[in-house]
Design a protein around this ligand. Sequence first.
Ligand SMILES: Cc1cc2nc3c(=O)[nH]c(=O)nc-3n(C[C@H](O)[C@H](O)[C@H](O)COP(=O)(O)O)c2cc1C
Length: 225
Amino acid sequence: MKLDQAIQERRSIRGFTDQPVSRDILEEVIALANRAPSSMNTQPWHLHVLTGEPLEKVRQGNTERMLGGVPPSREIEDHGAYQGEHRKRQVEIAVQLFEAMGIARDDAGRRQDWVMRGFRQFDAPVSVVVCFDRELLNNTIAHFDTGAMTYGLVLAAWSRGLGAVINGQGIMQSPVVREVANIPDDQVILTCVALGWPDDDFVANSVVSRRRPVSNTARFLGFAE
Ligand SMILES: Cc1cc2nc3c(=O)[nH]c(=O)nc-3n(C[C@H](O)[C@H](O)[C@H](O)COP(=O)(O)O)c2cc1C
């Protein structure tokens, strides 16, 4: 697949088939993701790839704690509620997803189901827990570098027909993930990527989120016209 096509067509996938994902293809995708640039080539990231029983334990622990009213526990600073334009974009994608799924505004039950689905990492067969070195916790460049690697991972997966959604929901109860996956103390959990073979019948998978145009994201200085 051409790079432009992968970038253009990739979208978050939130419904997966039961087909397992082989370790070989995951290693291939991670080797490509590892080619990401990083500040001074520090490569601060670490990936913990979960499937089967450990992933089920994470899903269960995350779900039980969320349902039990345990406040979310992340290892990076919370961004808080989005405001203004950010909030508008957040609402826009939520509306697109709910419309595709036929979930009405006032259908509290199905809305709650959708949220719980997120806490189960959309029942994906694989979860990649994305961490970075704790000694760089206050170095925002390490977050940037790890993000660059994560996008590479998602694109490399997509070009092989694998679907993914980067998601904070799956590690919302990070102590559960830390314990089950035995994450070393010198690493911080940043996010996770739910990954698997896309279920073509799951309508939310066809939702294409909107983007700001170039005229709204970039300024050009010193050009001829
Ligand atoms: C850091 C990060 C965290 C995210 N967390 C979630 C999440 O918890 N649940 C979810 O459904 N999608 C999550 N997403 C996916 C975004 O909603 C999605 O990327 C955005 O709406 C654009 O849609 P697209 O990926 O289909 O282009 C996350 C994406 C990123 C980059």
